[in-house]
Design a protein. Structure first.
Length: 283
């Protein structure tokens, strides 16, 4: 699939990530933020060989599928496009169209598609728009210097985004206050990681007992605070291993582990290789 040509044929690309390789269990092959400057030509239905996830945060348009009535698209419209489904979507004439998009595939996403979790409709709404725009933007690749690191992070982030969408749709629309709180909670966890403190300190920053903090974080985000902290630690560990020459003991201390042994054990469980092998293979 020549993704930039076939998927983005009418968009002016503001930022774009492309990976034409193959990987198991999953791969993010295309991602970006784009804006439309003119109404595209009327083309036939398109069929993708991978999943696509699109979030429209500005503009108006229409979605068409075979044997279905056209659906109106507006800010907050999300399209979960499954492989092999004919479709086309386009903005209204004169509409300023802005979206964040991802194209991804692999066995792990095939398993998601075969489950009963993912929404069956191609088109559904996510609100508030500002919150979901930030959620989508957080999934864009940050550092493309190491393909393995970028792939691992991207696959995990897309799955976390899918989980958040599933919870939003299947467990009731979360209040705006919950989403604002979740942003504050994530910031608090990042703060305790930087300060070498534990998760109860994150709850204290939000003036909450830790048990209440843990339960609310899991309910709103779909994952535990400890899981989120482990992901942050793994991300930072990968960068420090590749971008510095610091010893494992120094990195362990900086990330709040009691020693290099516990750091190595946690890193291997999360990433799949020891810190030493990761640095040797990817530096």
């Amino acid at each position: 699939m020549d993704a930039p040509d076939s998927f983005m044929y009418f968009l002016e690309i503001v930022s774009l990530y492309v990976n034409n390789g193959t990987s198991s269990p999953g791969l993010l092959s295309l991602a970006g933020v784009s804006q439309e400057r003119q109404n595209p030509p009327i083309l036939g239905m398109r069929v993708l060989d991978r999943f696509a996830l699109v979030f429209l945060y500005e503009g108006q348009g229409v979605l068409e599928q075979t044997d279905c009535r056209p659906e109106r698209l507006a800010p907050g419209s999300c399209l979960l496009i499954r492989p092999g489904i004919p479709h086309r979507y386009r903005p209204d004439p004169g509409s300023v169209w802005s979206e964040v998009f991802f194209v991804f595939g692999g066995p792990i996403f095939d398993a998601w598609g075969q489950s009963s979790w993912l929404p069956r409709p191609m088109h559904f709404l996510l609100a508030p728009v500002k919150y979901w725009l930030q959620a989508f933007l957080r999934c864009l690749p940050e550092d493309q210097k190491d393909p393995l690191q970028t792939t691992l992070e991207s696959v995990c982030r897309i799955q976390a985004l899918l989980a958040e969408i599933v919870l939003y749709r299947n467990k009731g629309r979360l209040h705006h206050e919950d989403r604002v709180w979740l942003d504050r909670a994530r910031d608090a966890i990042e703060r305790v990681l930087a300060e070498h403190r534990d998760l109860p300190a994150a709850a204290a920053y939000l003036h909450m007992p830790y048990d209440a903090f843990r339960k609310r974080f899991a309910r709103v985000s779909g994952r535990t605070p400890s899981s989120y902290l482990a992901t942050l630690r793994s991300d930072r560990a990968c960068r420090m291993l590749l971008e510095t020459t610091r010893t494992l003991s120094d990195i362990a201390e900086d990330l709040g582990y009691c020693d290099a042994f516990h750091f190595s054990k946690a890193f291997k469980k999360s990433v799949g290789s020891s810190p030493s092998h990761y640095r040797r293979d990817h530096a």
